[in-house]
Design a protein. Structure first.
Length: 367
């Protein structure tokens, strides 16, 4: 049962608009700040937290938020509020209408995301993570996965942002491992060997898993990734080279992907900066016969990460119509762009046709 209800007021400052989802330790809502507009609110499932405990959990996230990097989600506020169930802690952050990377990935249906878009997203993740890894001492995320990457559009196109910095170190690792289908594999092999994940190269492993997923529509070690008895020895199974599953993957991109997924931490990229340096060398290859690739025969949905959001052309058309209506008002262009991004998730063809509108509206240009 959800902690908050639609229309509920929080500390006379926020109004709950709708439930967005939940993770291992928090529920997420879209809320409206009485002065600042829409934000996302994460509400901790553990009741009775003090403001001191919340600030401790958010220490690294707040530090990185102050840097103001475009690929790190900004955290605005942290507080506690009362409910009939007890006091609950929450924090608010920027709202990204497009949602998480797993939803963005699922929205492509039977198509594989264009390689150029995949590399752009991964490079942006590396840019944000490099800021953290470059701190002294380094700030390690510990829970990089598609659900913790938010993807939306700004004036320049696709923009990825990393959320939930530092929260994983305050949560039991077993809770995280059991939190969602497919997410075990984003934990580096050394976690299963000695229960250690606090390294920059551990974050790199997770990025490698995301890169492999976006390039192939499969998780590395897919056959065993959700096994109840998943353990370190399972990583001895060879990974299928991504070029065998997607002809757009050239030799350099394959080498980069497989180096990020090295079993031995010392053979892996040691931090996000090293990975980014090689990604910046990559250039797309021309593929004979076109650029579009589809899932293997008989596969109609992207199920590697569990339940997917089904495409819905009718719902997308309704959202598009509403977006066009409110885009007539110059003070509502960002709201129109939010609605358009939601339409993209419902029907992938809209993304190809109307991405330019989202960019224009984010620039403050009506049409």
């Amino acid at each position: 049962m959800a902690i908050l209800a639609e229309g509920q007021k929080i500390n006379e400052t926020y109004e709950v608009e709708r439930f967005l989802g939940e993770g291992a330790f928090a529920e997420v809502y879209r809320v409206k700040h009485r002065f600042l507009g829409r934000q996302a609110m994460k509400v901790f499932k553990s009741l009775g937290m003090t403001i001191s405990e919340i600030e401790t959990m958010l220490g690294e996230a707040l530090l990185l938020s102050q840097i103001g990097h475009p690929n790190i989600v900004r955290v605005f506020d942290a507080n506690i509020s009362k409910s009939k169930k007890g006091d609950f802690g929450y924090f608010t952050m920027e709202y990204v209408a497009g949602g998480s990377l797993d939803k963005f990935w699922q929205s492509y249906g039977t198509k594989i995301i264009p390689v150029e878009d995949t590399v752009q997203i991964i490079k942006q993740i590396c840019h944000g993570l490099s800021v953290a890894h470059n701190e002294n001492p380094p700030i390690i995320h510990r829970d990089i996965k598609p659900q913790n990457i938010l993807v939306g559009y700004d004036a320049n196109g696709i923009r990825a942002r990393i959320s939930d910095f530092g929260l994983a170190k305050h949560v039991n690792p077993l809770t995280l491992l059991a939190s969602a289908k497919g997410t075990k594999i984003f934990k580096s092999p050394e976690v299963f060997k000695n229960n250690k994940s606090d390294s920059c190269s551990g974050d790199v492993w997770a990025i490698g898993c995301i890169l492999y997923l976006l390039l192939t529509d499969r998780l590395p070690f897919a056959e065993i990734a959700d096994s109840e008895f998943f353990e370190y020895s399972n990583f001895k199974t060879p990974i299928t080279p991504p070029s065998r599953l997607n002809l757009s993957v050239n030799t350099l991109l394959e080498k980069i992907t497989l180096k990020a997924l090295e079993i031995e931490p010392l053979k892996r990229y040691q931090n996000a900066m090293e990975l980014l340096k090689d990604l910046n060398r990559w250039k797309p290859s021309k593929v004979k016969g076109g650029e579009e690739f589809y899932l293997s025969s008989g596969q109609t949905t992207k199920s590697a990460l569990g339940e997917h959001t089904p495409v819905d052309e009718s719902k997308a058309a309704d959202l598009f119509k509403q977006a066009m209506e409110i885009s007539k008002f110059s003070n509502k262009l960002n709201e129109a762009a939010d609605m358009l991004e939601q339409a993209f998730l419902k029907w992938p063809e809209y993304k190809e046709k109307y991405e330019y509108l989202a960019k224009l509206w984010r620039k403050g240009i009506s049409r």
